[in-house]
Write a protein that binds this ligand. Structure first.
Ligand SMILES: [Cu+2]
Length: 148
């Protein structure tokens, strides 16, 4: 009888240790779709924080020679949907050179939406964007993504 109790306590300790290990493993791994797939429980999903960042939607207006706003706050790993509107008289675009993406050269009144993920890099400004029309960046058409 006393022996049975010891075995039961031993089994409980093993179960708790295994559960702790699984939770640690879930929180330590990167939250890709692969790690979230399959037979994982909702508990594991809650432990992985990365995919819960809300979509950041911002409208940016281009004129001569500035973007308005010219800076937004973002979180690393966050998906940003940027609506770029040209309210100027000249053609403008918005180019994020680090990601290799840009809008087409927008005429006055034209709009283009671009969507991308902020890279998980250190520093206050993980991304910057410019207008790539020659001379416009130098005239002030720079847009900053500031990490929160
Ligand atoms: Cu421009």
């Amino acid at each position: 009888m006393k022996m049975d109790k010891k075995i039961i306590i031993f089994v409980i300790v093993i179960v708790i240790a295994a559960g702790g290990y699984l939770m640690w493993k879930a929180s330590a791994s990167t939250p890709t779709n692969e790690t979230l797939g399959g037979a994982n429980t909702g508990e594991n999903q809650a432990a992985t924080g990365g995919e819960q960042l809300p979509l950041k939607e911002v409208t940016v207006t281009a004129t001569e020679f500035a973007f308005s706003p010219n800076e937004i706050s973002v979180k690393r790993g966050q998906t940003v949907r940027l609506t770029v509107v040209n309210n100027g008289n000249y053609p403008h675009d918005l180019s994020i050179e680090k990601l290799g993406i840009k809008t087409k050269r927008l005429s006055r009144g034209q709009t283009e939406i671009m969507q991308f993920t902020v890279p998980a890099e250190p520093g206050d400004y993980p991304l910057t964007a410019i207008c790539s029309v020659p001379g416009h960046k130098e005239s002030g058409m720079v847009f900053n993504f500031k990490a929160e």
